[in-house]
Design a protein around this ligand. Sequence first.
Ligand code: TRP
Length: 320
Amino acid sequence: MTSSTETLLKDDFADAVIEGLSQRRKVIPARYFYDRKGSELFEAITALPEYYPTRTETALLDAHAPEIGRIAGPGKVVVEFGSGSSMKTPVFVEAVRAAAYVPIDISADFLRDAAAGLSRALPDLDILPVAADFTKPIALPRSVEGRSMIGFFPGSTIGNLSHAAAVDLLRAFRITLGADPWLAIGIDLRKNPRLIEAAYDDAAGVTAAFNLNLLARVNRELGGDIPLDAFEHHAVWNDDLGRIEMHLAATRDVRFHAAGETFFLRDGETIHTENSHKYMIEETRLLARAAGWQPIRYWTDARDLFSLHLWRGGGGAMEP
Ligand code: TRP
């Protein structure tokens, strides 16, 4: 990355922090979680005993990705939204017998790592990385134009969006994926809130460290003096909105500086950092249809913790 790009990104972070902490209900956008330290901590979260999504989805892919390949047909171009550095990607790409792999990510660094990892696992695969913002419809490389594509969106990342934003994103995917679009998507299911809260507030404190790293990052990168011991991680199930909310809660009245501004939080006031929506199967079908997708099949684990879906696009008949 050039230093001018870095400066731009830093300004972006500063603007987001100033704007978010100036609200009455304070927020810092979740996209800033994933610096190097944050990415390492997230990696550790995926291995926690309480964090069921990663291992459950991996088992679903191991068991059912070959069937996805049979239903959608072999020789598809796999388009992954958010570059996969995880082990799920080679399993999926191999099981569907993909003709090519197109990872899309806004971060050129993540993209490079993902492409390198995958070419090691599958040396014969044609890999065509695209650095872009996939929340809008985008043009894919000329060499895959007109070929049949299947999107891959694991990790229940869709759950980190509001319902309205999720519909917009899934429409954008459908348009990006051309005339005969397919989508394989992992969606975490609504379940006993105690299980969900444990997954987002583990006994070892890794998720707390992940959330608090956001404040440490403000201190490191934006000249902040936030006393980290004045904040604690809260993971709260919001039953009305069907989501687990992540907050950083002040444990006393606290004043600090960041990005050249002064901020104040009262004891108990929180900074909202992330949401993770959980769906019922009926809701996943509504979500698909609202975005112009037709649900084809889905698979769940024996405990109904997580779901893997295969959807097909409207075959050109749908309006964007
Ligand atoms: N996509 C993940 C999820 O919602 C991200 C995540 C896991 C996360 N644990 C977190 C985000 C804790 C913020 C805080 O499951």
